[in-house]
Design a protein around this ligand. Structure first.
Ligand code: NAD
Length: 508
């Protein structure tokens, strides 16, 4: 692999072709209204391209196309191994075009190119490949009936699935939905976030090139309040897979109830507690994990370890190390491979992060690192790695999801108190605990109300394990074989053997 420099990436960026139209029924089309919205480069504030702003009328066309494709059966009714071949080809094409996809992701969303190229793109391609490989290895069931019957329990695709995804990992969040939903035989309409539509539009073309039949994947860029809402309320969408904020997740539950009771799965926000106990086996490793747990991806991570719950005797030593490490996360040009923290996705999001920093100061927390906008001359939206000490768990910076590089440090007197504070939140996406005592680790893991618990590490895992939330972090799981359950339904086929006239009906 050749080592690419910042100037290589910048020069590629000048030649990059941005897709700006929606992708419906195998064709690129403008929004019927002719309206567009700007795709912004958050590292400079400049517009990359104007993208089709789809709304209800486009959603109607896309749903018809998806339904027709589903009923035609060119995807839904072919063998799982035939679907597998196409999806494996898509994963391969994603890796062939990995530099291009990574560049689209970094330019449109502000994340460091090293992360886009080494994490977002390969992990997304692997998600598609893993689901492709899984789908022809899943068997149905034969129920334990009497000898006069044969009962088959089979899994069937749902039909038209809409996926509405956020901007923090545009390609990866899309692939967490597309992998299992397409593998299971559904038609999918993907609505990327308005802040980051560009990689999804390119992905649609690659899917066609891989051999996905027309209408099986439609990609509709558009605003949440128009395109997103129209998908949520549509009477002919069978399921809606959402990743985004808890606030909008609740709206989707309402849309479902007001329309056709489409099943909804919600991957929402978090306020992950990162607990470090006094018997932490390696304070340097923990400090590294704390820093990357909050500063990776500019802190724009649903499971970011935004609350550090540390036992008082080690607080000072740990904090000193975290602050020293945080210097390595000063924001830089996303296209420079040395950059570890890029731009915040948009001006409104940056303003929101800065407003939370003000609220921390006003509520009496001690700002011990960062707190300011930087690289202002670039025109981009950059915020320093920021650390507040002396935080109480009832302050806004400890309760609300900031979605930026802001760490809140809460001191705890014991493991017991740390677990209690960890659970004192509306969220339950993830939690972590560092301790040398296996009993402490396991009993804390049992008590922590979170979909993932990490012991002596942070944000570890891979496609083999489910990911999703407890409480208001949502329900339904992405990743692992369990994700396929969200995109398929169980059907019972009861076959009578040697039917004879029934004497009397006996209930069993
Ligand atoms: P968001 O909720 O604002 O938007 C997410 C998607 O919903 C976008 O496509 C948007 O266009 C759409 N949307 C917005 N308003 C809508 C409306 N009124 N009706 C219908 N659709 C609407 O979230 P965001 O700011 O894009 O992303 C950040 C959020 O995503 C954070 O809360 C983060 O925790 C969450 N997230 C969760 C996970 C997870 O797996 N749990 C992963 C990544 C991000």
């Amino acid at each position: 692999m050749t080592i690419r420099t910042a100037s290589d990436w910048r020069s590629d960026a000048t030649r990059l072709r941005f897709r700006r139209q929606a992708f419906i029924d195998g064709k690129t089309v403008d929004a019927l209204s002719g309206l567009t919205f700007p795709a912004i480069n958050p590292a400079s504030g400049s517009t990359l391209v104007s993208v089709a702003a789809c709304d209800q009328a486009d959603v109607d066309v896309a749903v018809k196309s998806s339904r027709t494709a589903f009923e035609r059966g060119a995807w839904s009714a072919i063998s799982p191994s035939a679907r597998k071949r196409v999806l494996l080809r898509l994963a391969e094409l994603m890796m062939t075009h990995a530099d291009e996809l990574a560049l689209l992701e970094s330019l449109n969303m502000g994340k460091p190119i090293t992360d886009s190229r080494n994490i977002d793109v390969p992990v997304s391609a692997n998600c598609i490949a893993w689901n492709a490989e899984a789908i022809d290895k899943l068997y149905g069931e034969i129920a334990p009936t009497g000898s006069d019957a044969l009962a088959l329990v089979t899994r069937e695709p749902l039909g038209v699935v809409a996926a509405v995804v956020p901007w923090n990992f545009p390609l990866l969040m899309a692939c967490w939905k597309l992998g299992p939903a397409l593998a299971a035989g559904n038609s999918v309409i993907l609505k990327p976030a308005e802040q980051s539509p560009l990689s999804a539009l390119r992905l649609a073309e690659l899917a066609m090139e891989a051999g996905l039949p027309e209408g099986v994947l439609n990609v509709l860029p558009g605003l949440g309040e128009t395109a997103g809402q129209a998908l949520g309320l549509h009477m002919d969408v069978d399921a809606l897979a959402f990743t985004g904020s808890t606030e909008v997740g609740k709206l989707f539950m309402g849309y479902s109830g007001k329309s056709n009771m489409k099943r909804v799965s919600l991957e929402c926000g978090g306020k992950t507690p990162h607990i470090i106990l006094r018997d932490c086996p390696n304070l340097d490793a923990a400090a590294q994990a704390v820093a990357s747990g909050i500063f990776f991806n500019q802190g724009e991570v649903c499971n970011a370890g935004s609350r550090l719950l540390v036992e008082e005797p080690i607080r000072e030593a740990l904090l000193e190390k975290v602050i020293a490490i945080s210097a390595g996360y000063m924001p830089g040009d996303p296209l420079d491979p040395a950059t570890t923290m890029g731009a915040i996705v948009s001006k409104p999001q940056m303003d929101r992060v800065l407003e939370y920093i003000d609220s921390g100061k006003n509520e009496g927390a001690a700002l011990v690192r960062g707190g300011k906008r930087v690289r202002v001359e670039s025109g981009g939206f950059f915020v320093e790695p920021t650390v507040f000490d002396g935080v109480r768990n009832d302050m806004r910076i400890a309760r609300e999801e900031i979605f930026g590089p802001v760490l809140s440090v809460v001191s705890c007197a014991s493991a017991e108190e740390a677990v209690r504070v960890a659970n004192d939140t509306i969220y339950g996406l993830a939690a972590a605990i560092w301790t040398s005592n296996i009993d402490t680790a396991l009993s804390a893991s049992r008590r922590l109300r979170a979909g993932s618990v990490w012991v002596n590490c942070f944000d570890e895992g891979n496609i083999t394990v489910p990911f999703g939330g407890f409480k208001q972090s949502g329900f339904g799981r992405d990743k692992s074989i369990h994700a396929i359950e969200k995109y398929s339904d169980l059907k019972t086929t009861w076959i009578k053997i040697n039917p004879t006239p029934a004497a009397a009906r006996v209930l069993t």
